[in-house]
Structures are given as C-alpha cells and as structure tokens.
Design a protein around this ligand. Structure first.
Ligand SMILES: Cc1cc2nc3c(=O)[nH]c(=O)nc-3n(C[C@H](O)[C@H](O)[C@H](O)COP(=O)(O)O)c2cc1C
Length: 190
C-alpha cells in the first residue's frame, strides 16, 4: 500500500510525488519504466519509456530519438498521458500534461552529458527508428562518433495527477489538478 484511508489529501499528494521521484532515482523501482501515450489525427501511440528525471516542479524527463513516431505525434498534439504501476504497493499513478520537445538546445545538452557511451547508441543509429530494413543487423550501424544530432528530451509538464490505490474491495482514488493557486486535491470515487 502506498496510501491509506487515514491519509489526508496533502499526505497522498506528498507520497505520490515522492514515489514518482524515486522512479527516476532508483534503477530497480517499478516506476523507472512507464507507458507514454501520445496521439495525432491518425490515432494513438503507446509505448514504454524510461523515466530519467523528476525535478522540483514535478516536470518529468524522458529521452528519445527525434526521428521516432512519438516526436511527430507530440509536435502534432503536445497533450500526453503517462501511466505507472507499482505491483507490490498495488498502486497506479496517471499523469496528464503537456510535452515540450528539447533538441539541440541547452536543456538537451545538459542531459546529453549524462548519457553514457553505451546509452548514446540508442539515439544515434544510422537508420531512423521505425524504418524498414532487410535484416535486423542493418540496424546495428552507428557513426564512428555518436553526437547528439537526434537526441531529444521530452519534458512533460503535468497538469493533472491521479493516484489509484487498490485494496481488497475498498479502493482509494485521489485527483490533483494544477491551478494558478497550486495543486487542487480531491478524492474521487474509484
Ligand atoms: C522497457 C522499455 C524501455 C524503453 N525506453 C525507451 C525510452 O526511454 N525512450 C525511447 O524513445 N524508447 C524507449 N523504448 C522503446 C519504445 O517503447 C518504442 O518501441 C520506441 O521508442 C519507438 O516508439 P514510437 O515509434 O512510438 O516513437 C523502451 C522500450 C522498452 C520495452
């Protein structure tokens, strides 16, 4: 259990955001991998990604290749949903927000410094992600020196968080909406 019925909404919010931050800091935390949903006029895209950072404003950071389909979808529609599940604590967290793309800018450069030599291969293949190839080995081609040409940071600025705590039959569900005055916190029916 992450939250209990005795918790005040303030405490539920604190535990929710703490757990999200742990996901970015602890490699073994189940929130390290999350599902990210994007959409455009063609439809919906859903995929797992790695949570790289959660900052003090609760902005979430994900790395990708700017040639990937998700980047095109975010350009078309910056509204993005993230989904986390913690199997041991039986808790689901949903984050809705607006995604910003950072490519070849100061923020992207700061994150690129944190990507190790091996990790850089994920953002520097000769073939664009999703390109048709004749054989799997065709994808294993990288330039001599991998630079940050395709490296992109997705910064997700959350506007709504939702925590669902599963119990045996009595579940708990809380919603947090970002307002100009701060986070509005309410219980909702599970
Ligand atoms: C556990 C896991 C973690 C992943 N992490 C990332 C990631 O951090 N960034 C990324 O671009 N793709 C990541 N992928 C690959 C994506 O799920 C996806 O296949 C790829 O990015 C292409 O997605 P798109 O065509 O929707 O853009 C990950 C896949 C798995 C299974």
């Amino acid at each position: 259990m992450l939250i209990s019925i005795e918790d005040q909404l303030e405490e539920v919010f604190r535990k929710t955001t703490y757990e999200l931050k742990r996901g970015a800091l602890d490699r073994k935390h189940p929130f390290r991998f999350l599902s990210m949903a994007t959409s455009d006029s063609e439809g919906i895209g859903l995929r797992y990604v790695v949570l790289r950072e959660v900052d003090e404003n609760l902005d979430l950071y994900i790395y990708t290749d700017q040639r990937s389909a998700k980047v095109g979808q975010i350009r078309a529609n910056p509204a993005v949903s993230l989904l986390f599940y913690h199997p041991r604590k039986n808790v689901q967290i949903r984050v809705d927000g607006r995604a910003e793309l950072h490519h070849n800018d100061e923020l992207a450069a700061r994150h690129w410094q944190k990507v190790g030599e091996f990790g850089r291969k994920s953002y520097g293949s000769k073939h664009a992600p999703g390109a048709t190839i004749n054989h799997p080995t065709e994808a294993y081609q990288w330039p001599e020196e991998i630079d940050s040409t395709h490296f992109t940071v997705i910064k997700l600025v959350p506007v709504k968080l939702e925590t669902l705590q599963l119990g045996r039959s009595e579940h708990l569900r809380a919603q947090f909406d970002r307002t100009p005055e701060g986070w509005k916190k309410v219980w909702i029916a599970p």
